[in-house]
Design a protein around this ligand. Structure first.
Ligand SMILES: C[S@@+](CC[C@H](N)C(=O)[O-])C[C@H]1O[C@@H](n2cnc3c(N)ncnc32)[C@H](O)[C@@H]1O
Length: 325
């Protein structure tokens, strides 16, 4: 009882501080701050928001974000490798190691795009399952050949189907590319593709053990609403995990990273995908996203507990994690 009162008081204090910040920042947003690549993070008034460094009406942002990912879908995976020199694969692998999902777990990967997180999840639980079966076989004493063959045949039937991964994304083109990739990799068991908005998920309450969103939440218009939805669809005890570009902590690295992002990424976008503007938006949207601490508070305000974050590559990316009680 005392603990929940303390939590309530903490949340009220944090919200009132947030309101003060919003009011102060609202003045500068209206006076047109955030014109350059510096990492300013302005708030805007009730009906407008940011699309990269531009201020746009709220209802326009989702349409413009849709167009960006519709345009880049076919080249999305190649561009990810090119822009990050393949490092995005390590960030995603590390997410899976931190998650350490067990067979039977149900994952919802929101803004899942071309399926990278879901594929890794299914592969991870499959290898966990095999390891557990091998351990069980080793601990069996002098099994008959019949017992051994029975065990191996049930292993195949259970497979990773026990675990399920749902890839949910607002963009049909991204899902289409993901589905083609799954087909060519021969991944289908336990995997589904659902068109849906992070702010209004098409799932019942308390359905999933793990909710992930990788490089997706900064594109959402109302981040607080997406966090509420994450909380709603998770089972009690379920885990929220978000990978997102964040604030580089080392000033020298920050300068190099700014130069690389603004001078190289749109050029790569133009050369590889024939699309400068979409990649300019991607770079700008990163600078507009809250820093590690601020995002941590947003996740706590949504009602998650034990919220923590880990910086990858000096804060280029952060992994935030929290639990639903
Ligand atoms: C940068 S991609 C990330 C894809 C994938 N998670 C990955 O890590 O490769 C961002 C994705 O967010 C999706 N997205 C943007 N706004 C969304 C929303 N409101 N609801 C669901 N998905 C959204 C886009 O369609 C796009 O597929």
């Amino acid at each position: 009882m005392a603990a929940s009162m303390r939590l309530l008081v903490r949340r009220v204090i944090r919200l009132s501080q947030r309101n003060i910040n919003v009011t102060a920042a609202g003045v500068s947003a209206r006076s047109g701050c955030c014109q350059g690549p510096s990492s300013c993070r302005c708030f805007s008034d009730d009906r407008s928001t940011h699309f990269g460094f531009e201020t746009v009406p709220e209802e326009e942002k989702a349409k413009r974000v849709y167009k960006v990912f519709e345009n880049v879908a076919q080249k999305y995976d190649i561009m990810n490798d090119a822009m990050s020199l393949g490092i995005h694969r390590l960030w995603k692998d590390t997410l899976l190691h931190a998650m350490h999902p067990q067979p039977g777990a149900r994952l919802l990967d929101v803004a899942g795009g071309t399926g990278d997180i879901a594929f890794r999840f299914l592969e991870y639980v499959r290898s966990q399952q095999e390891r557990q079966k091998r351990r069980a076989m080793r601990s069996m004493q002098t099994p008959s050949w019949q017992e051994i063959s029975n065990n191996y045949s049930t292993e195949d039937e259970d497979g990773p189907q026990e675990s399920r991964a749902v890839v949910c994304d607002i963009n049909k083109e991204m899902l289409k590319v993901g589905k083609q990739k799954a087909d060519s990799l021969g991944i289908s068991a336990g995997l589904s593709w659902v068109v849906g908005d992070a702010e209004e998920l098409p799932f019942d309450d308390d359905q999933f053990d793990i909710y992930t969103i990788a490089f997706g939440i900064r594109n959402v218009t109302h981040i607080d609403q997406a966090l509420q939805e994450a909380l709603r669809v998770l089972k009690p005890g379920g885990r929220f995990m978000c990978l997102e570009f964040s604030k580089v902590t080392n000033p020298v690295l920050a300068r190099l990273y700014d130069a690389y992002s603004f001078q190289m990424i749109p050029v790569l976008g133009e050369v590889i995908a024939g699309d400068w503007k979409s990649y300019q938006y991607l770079v700008e949207s990163i600078r507009k996203f809250p820093d590690q601490e601020e995002f941590k508070h947003m996740i706590e305000d949504a009602g998650f507990y034990s919220v923590q974050y880990y910086n990858f590559t000096g804060g280029v990316v952060a992994l935030h994690s929290g639990f639903k009680l």
